[in-house]
Design a binder for this molecule. Structure first.
Ligand SMILES: Nc1ncnc2c1ncn2[C@@H]1O[C@H](COP(=O)(O)OP(=O)(O)OP(=O)(O)O)[C@@H](O)[C@H]1O
Ligand SMILES: [Mg+2]
Length: 391
């Protein structure tokens, strides 16, 4: 899981000089400003992050506080800020498992990046000890109608069939104004954005459950009713917070991602473990897939790639369609998978309201989606279970 936002995070700030951060780069966090003595009766589970202004505290008392934190089981990640960071204090701080220092002056972005990295480190450890590592896949169409929603639904329902957990898969429709997932699944969308926006700050897994619609065993849907102004009703922080909580609660999170950029798009894509760009086998779609992938990759951590999936592959007897090899030349990269065209199965399932795997389980689309999932998960022999590829 990657941290995307500080909304609702409980931050304990040691030093009144840090108070203005609550209105700036740490906006949205549940911010408590206190003196150093607050650390003596600290219960780790009550705080997500400790920030300390080294310039405002007595160095000897601070050294003692660090010693206490270093021996405290489950001590929250701790970040020391300041212009003067004495080496002995830095050394004492570094005895803590999750700690860092940031020397002033620093920018808001540097502060946020350092905090996210600290929270990620602590989160990764928690995930390893609880053997829970969420997988978040964003599915985005290269052009309108490429099949992103169809494939997001099929991927989500196929994964739900493989997981044994109750909270297996959450399909999140981020087409907030006019998402199609609920209509495709004949489900009632439960995420009313006006209530949701108000609840965002105190959102947790239990509250999130009130906004999800159960679809089938292991599959929940998070989608909004149609609302033309939906994008204005919810802040960037709230969108990122939803994803964070869903990633904590579910084994898999599949996002039906809008193609047009929103204030949160790049963060969602760079926070996702996988980005699947869905293209058709037409020249304009392939060109769009290439440039969209490049655009997305510019914001991804170095070396991470979007995966291109070719959808609606039909026999070439229906006209001058490019072959997969020609498509890969146009894309200047290998594709991840090809999904066959099956209009009858796709139309039947949306008309009946459910995944293709439910109404047309023998469709080639279902088989091809299974191959795509195996490929992304790095499964080589499904009979041996679906062990995941090592990171
Ligand atoms: N492999 C396929 N074979 C046949 N029809 C398909 C296939 N994939 C999708 N379709 C059909 O193509 C149409 C568009 O699909 P879908 O709504 O999933 O695309 P989209 O990329 O989500 O579109 P939008 O840009 O509107 O979000 C739908 O009618 C769907 O049933
Ligand atoms: Mg769609």
């Amino acid at each position: 899981m990657t941290h995307w936002s500080l909304l609702g995070r409980r931050v304990l700030a040691i030093g009144t000089t840090l108070a203005p951060l609550a209105r700036g780069p740490l906006f949205g966090a549940a911010f408590e400003v206190a003196g150093l003595e607050r650390l003596t009766d600290l219960r780790p589970a009550m705080v997500d992050l400790i920030l300390i202004d080294a310039d405002a505290a007595d160095p000897a008392a601070l050294g003692q506080a660090f010693e206490g934190l270093a021996t405290m089981p489950g001590a929250p990640p701790t970040l020391m800020l300041g212009q003067r960071l004495p080496a002995n204090l830095v050394r004492a701080l570094m005895r803590m498992k999750h700690s860092d220092v940031l020397e002033a002056p620093f920018t808001d972005e540097q502060l946020q990046a350092t905090i996210y990295a600290l929270l990620d480190g602590a989160g990764a450890e928690q995930a390893a000890t609880s053997s829970h590592a969420s997988r978040c896949w964003a599915v985005v169409g290269a052009v309108g109608g490429a099949g992103a929603t169809t494939l997001a639904i099929e991927i989500a329902s196929a994964l739900a069939g493989r997981t044994t957990k109750d909270q297996g898969v959450c399909l999140i429709d981020l087409h907030l104004a006019d998402g199609a997932t609920s209509a495709y699944l004949a489900a009632t969308p439960a995420m009313g954005l006006s209530q949701f926006g108000q609840a965002a700050e105190r959102m947790d897994a239990a509250l999130l459950a009130a906004f999800t619609t159960p679809i089938s065993k292991g599959l929940d849907l998070l989608a909004c009713p149609r609302d033309p102004v939906a994008f204005d009703l919810i802040s960037r922080e709230a969108v990122l917070r939803i994803l964070e909580i869903a990633c904590d609660a579910y084994e898999f999170v599949i996002i039906d991602m809008p193609r047009h950029r929103r204030p949160w798009s790049q963060e969602v894509l760079s926070g996702a473990d996988e980005v699947l760009v869905i293209s058709e086998l037409t020249v304009p779609a392939l060109l769009a897939a290439r440039s969209l992938s490049e655009e997305i990759e510019a914001a991804l951590p170095v070396g991470r790639k979007a995966r291109i999936v070719l959808n609606r592959l039909a026999s070439r007897m229906f006209g001058p369609t490019p072959s997969t090899a020609e498509a890969e030349r146009a894309l200047e990269r290998k594709t991840e998978a090809s999904i066959s065209s099956d209009w009858e199965a796709a139309a039947a399932s949306v008309n009946l309201g459910g995944p293709i795997s439910q109404y047309r389980p023998k469709s080639k689309i279902v088989r091809d989606v299974a191959v795509l999932i195996d490929r992304v998960l790095g499964v080589t022999d499904r009979r041996a279970g679906w062990s995941r590829r090592a990171a």
